[in-house]
Ligand binder design. Sequence first.
Ligand code: GSH
Length: 220
Amino acid sequence: MKIYGSKNSRSIRPVWALEEAHATYDYQRIWMMKGEGQSPAFKAVNPAGKIPVLVDGDLVLTESMAQVFYVAEKFPDSNLLPSDPKARAETYRWVFYTVTEVEPPLWAIAQHRFALPEDKRVPQLEPTSVWQLSRGLRVFEKMLSTRQYIAGDSFTLADILATHCITWSLSAKIEAVGDACLAYVGRMKSREAYKAAVARETLEAEKQEAALAAAEPKTN
Ligand SMILES: N[C@@H](CCC(=O)N[C@@H](CS)C(=O)NCC(=O)O)C(=O)O
């Protein structure tokens, strides 16, 4: 299995899932800031030019959460997706909640700050997105003040998504992240699999940057 990704992006989601499953996988860093997402080589993998992409044999899968579900189902012993129908329903609930109520305003803030072409950005939209995001995060806060994990008593793939979106809110300097969310993110980030995922993405970025620097012509 292979992941195309980059540190500080949604590729942390499938990479974290793979680490939770103790799976081995190849990883190719796509340096988006250098325009590598638009390179012909990467566009042959994903014509949309977006990361992450998971490749397993003839399966070429875009969409980070589809990848996380794939990992969960390929490695059922990871327990990322509970087998009990009620626990599984809670997992779906929090995945759908996060992708529909939390991630869209978060993504809108990023798009209008820097991700869209400059002439497409509308900075006046930010207060509305911040308000929507704050409302979404308050629901997390309420749940997480009563439970250890977002979907109940055990770690599930919904925690990967919730942790990523809360972390993203913090890096976007959104003030509405409450104490229960902060404590939760601390707990999730202390998991060995999370630490291994961050270490892998950091190492791959460093390796790529060192190789590119070594290939650059010397100026003197
Ligand atoms: N819904 C997609 C979003 C993928 C996405 O937008 N990825 C960003 C990086 S986190 C990207 O590749 N952006 C480059 C672009 O939009 O051209 C997913 O969850 O995988």
